[in-house]
Design a protein around this ligand. Structure first.
Ligand code: FMN
Ligand code: SF4
Ligand code: SF4
Length: 271
């Protein structure tokens, strides 16, 4: 018997959050039970969670380099446990989700959950508006909600159906996707950080408050006190458009994506 629905998400640019809210909300409505959310985006939100057998959990992350973001996966593996049903959800930016869904499902299964359904949805690429602009759209969210209703409906009788082995495409142990440049060669931008246009910056502090790595200096936003995962939260949420990436390898990769992955990608819903 499911008595509560949880929506847990890591979502620097907001797409995963929209999907998880739509899915968990629809599942809660279907089952007539309360819905709770846990935002894992900021370091302060990454707390320990142990869900019981009567909780249905939707757990969402973006796809980074074809996998679960590598700075987040160890946190989920160590701190998100449960003994009830879970639905891993990944959101990808029009290229491919590669092995991310298989990896997230694998982590949740190892942490005690029964993976009862899984989803790979499409969201505007954090790097560029040219890929999957404005997705998830209202129609995408409606489709996600329908899927969640169907997953919840099956849990009414008390049984928890588990996805068959192999139902989720991908290999949880596969290597990360290697970003390529326009020349087809690996584009190395691991050390790239956003640059600040000092003339435009009004020192509002938004960038420091949204950085999932807590890396942007609060008093001097041009200064980095830690690593950058290229999530683009600070770039997109800066009210003055004062932050951008100018690293040539990054720009070459972004151009390659725009040239090759503009077609609309399809989501995958597995029940
Ligand atoms: C560092 C980074 C790597 C990414 N790698 C991929 C990828 O391998 N495949 C893909 O289709 N989209 C990729 N994306 C796009 C994101 O998955 C997409 O923008 C997602 O909607 C971001 O979720 P958010 O809005 O919740 O932050 C990447 C984005 C970032 C920031
Ligand atoms: S969000 Fe933009 S304007 Fe505000 S402090 Fe950061 S860079 Fe400056
Ligand atoms: S500094 Fe890097 S990690 Fe932090 S919000 Fe900006 S893009 Fe994301």
């Amino acid at each position: 018997m499911i008595r509560e629905v949880w929506g847990l998400f890591f979502s620097p640019c907001g797409n995963v959050e929209k999907l998880i809210r739509a899915m968990a909300g629809a599942a809660g409505e279907t089952l007539g039970v309360p819905v709770r959310f846990g935002d894992m985006t900021l370091p302060t939100g990454r707390t320990d969670r142990a869900l019981g057998p009567e909780a249905l959990a939707f757990v969402g992350t973006p796809v980074y380099a074809g996998r679960v973001p590598n700075k987040l996966a160890p946190y989920i593996a160590a701190h998100i446990r449960g003994t009830g049903p879970a639905v891993p959800v990944v959101c990808f930016g029009n290229r491919s989700f590669d092995n991310a869904l298989a990896e997230l499902a694998d982590i949740l299964g190892k942490n005690g959950f029964t993976v009862t359904a899984a989803a790979a949805a499409v969201g505007e690429h954090a790097f560029t508006r040219a890929l999957a602009a404005d997705r998830p759209t209202a129609a995408d969210l409606a489709q996600a909600a329908d899927f969640a209703r169907a997953a919840a409906e099956r849990l009414r009788e008390g049984e928890i159906p588990a996805l068959a082995p192999g139902a989720i495409p991908g290999d949880p142990a596969a290597p990360y996707y290697t970003p390529l440049g326009r020349d087809g060669r690996p584009a190395a931008f691991l050390r790239a950080v956003p640059v600040l246009d000092e003339k435009e910056c009004i020192r509002c502090g938004v960038c420091a408050s949204v950085c999932p790595m807590g890396s942007v200096d609060r008093l001097d936003p041009g200064r980095m006190n830690g690593i950058c995962i290229k999530c683009h939260a600070c770039v997109r949420k800066c009210p003055m458009q004062a932050r951008s990436f100018d690293d040539p390898a990054f720009l070459s990769h972004r151009a390659m994506l725009e040239e090759n992955y503009a077609r609309p990608a399809e989501p995958l819903y597995i029940l």
